[in-house]
Design a protein around this ligand. Structure first.
Ligand code: ATP
Ligand code: MG
Length: 426
């Protein structure tokens, strides 16, 4: 028997109400805050991620699903990659379609996406090789820290609406790439004497982008990393002022945060503000639910016009795992049919088909099974389907046009016409 590929999984119908709930609340947040959806391809040229995410990142260095496309008569097979994240793709689309062109000065482009991402990581609870992200990107000429605070305010509303409490917002500033050079030299000097105690990946990071060592999840590396000089202590003046304003905007909105000077995030393109939201319930070690930050200059890296950018992505898989148990029960129950039709005999069966259609057209969720069964069996099926009501139809009901509507919670039963049933259920 053929099974799913390691690190991938089926999301089964029983969990779908939870996924839909997270997606629906996200879309509602985006509507309220003025974001518009964009859908980009699931595979792109490898170069997009190599340039846009950065060669020094774990993602590009070791996690991408890259393949050579079949060669055509007129060209060599080109290197393609299943998208490991979506910021590079969205910025590519922004440039390719000149989305900025019809904007008035100061107008922002606010986009969101929902979809699968692919990374060749070690599968664990909350870590998959195909996982799902929902994310936003704000692009334009402004790098006002109020933009960042507003996006975080939106996330705050979103989490509260989902009843996901007990989360922590971590913030940091990673400064400007241009003024990072001196700090990186200091950092490398501090790492060098301890290099032999660091993992192989950290050796690679040391060579390519030393800042990334802070991102290492290996425990023995963490022990060394905690004593290294942090970037927050050597920020350039403009980045420091930006960070102060960002914090003031959060304070003004009453949003609590913790500054973590060692949080540098996994992507090379971040400048200045970086943030994460950590969840605490039911997530175990994979407890980062949201990651985001500012990426001024990414557009230029990809051949576009000078553009400021800020965005985040959250893991849909982990967000679903963070939903509180009470919510989960309620969502599953809400997914059940309103009415389960129980018919007795052939005439009632034929009549039920029309009745089911009329109810469905009136907006009622109807379950009907096609087999003629004894009352007891049919009622058991209604209970198994977790229907709110059973609609009982026999020869008598067909003749009078009054049907038995039984509340399966209370056991109470009424005799009602189709119109009465519709108005009761809506
Ligand atoms: P982590 O530190 O957990 O590896 P990351 O820094 O690689 O996360 P990002 O690239 O910032 O994560 O992606 C944003 C979010 O996407 C993460 O916070 C997480 O919720 C989710 N995510 C990332 N990788 C995976 C994965 N392999 N499986 C499930 N969710 C993931
Ligand atoms: Mg990762």
């Amino acid at each position: 028997m053929i099974q799913t590929v390691r690190g991938t999984r089926d999301i089964l119908p029983g969990d779908m109400p939870l996924w839909h709930r997270v997606e629906d609340v996200a879309r509602e947040a985006f509507r309220r805050y003025g974001f518009h959806e964009i859908r980009t391809p699931i595979f792109e040229k490898t170069e997009l991620f190599a340039r846009g995410v950065g060669e020094a990142t774990d993602i590009v260095h070791k996690e991408m699903y890259t393949f050579v496309d079949r060669a055509r008569a007129d060209s060599e097979g080109e290197s393609l990659t299943l998208r490991p994240e979506n910021t590079a793709s969205v910025v590519r689309a922004y440039i390719q379609h000149k989305i900025f062109a019809d904007k008035s000065p100061g107008e922002l482009t606010k986009l969101y996406y929902i979809g699968p991402m692919f990374r060749r990581e070690r599968p664990q609870a909350g870590r998959y090789r195909q996982f799902y992200q929902i994310g936003v990107e704000v692009m334009g000429s402004s790098d006002d820290p109020a933009i960042e605070a507003e996006v975080i305010e939106m996330l705050d509303w979103f989490l509260k609406e989902l009843k996901i409490t007990n989360t922590t917002l971590l913030i940091n500033s990673v400064g400007e790439p241009a003024s990072r050079a001196a700090y990186l030299e200091t950092l490398r000097e501090a790492i060098r004497p301890k290099l032999d105690q660091l993992c192989a990946d950290c050796h690679h990071r040391f060579e390519t982008n030393a800042l990334r060592v802070f991102d290492c999840k290996v425990e023995s590396c963490q022990a060394i990393v905690k004593d290294l000089p942090v970037i927050t202590d050597s920020l350039d003046e403009a980045s420091r002022a930006h960070f102060e304003q960002f914090k003031a905007h959060l304070d003004a909105r009453g949003i609590a945060y913790t500054i973590n000077p060692r949080m540098v995030r996994g992507l090379d393109y971040y400048t200045r503000t970086a943030f994460e939201i950590i969840g605490h319930d039911g997530l175990g070690a994979q407890n980062t639910v949201v990651g985001g930050g500012r990426y001024d200059g990414l557009s230029e890296t990809l051949g576009g016009p000078p553009t400021k950018g800020f965005g985040f992505a959250f893991g849909l898989d982990r967000m679903v795992m963070s939903l509180p148990d009470g919510e989960v029960e309620g969502l599953r129950a809400a997914d059940a049919p309103d009415v389960f039709i129980v018919f007795l005999g052939e005439a009632a069966r034929q009549h039920s088909f029309n009745l089911a259609r009329d109810l469905r057209q009136a907006g009622v969720a109807v379950a009907i099974e096609f087999e003629d069964r004894k009352m007891k069996k049919a009622m058991a099926a209604a209970a198994k389907a977790k229907a709110r009501y059973a609609l009982i139809i026999g020869d008598n009901e067909v003749a009078t046009g009054k049907y038995g509507l039984k509340n399966l919670q209370t056991g109470e039963q009424e005799s009602l016409s189709l119109e009465e049933i519709i108005s009761k259920l809506n």
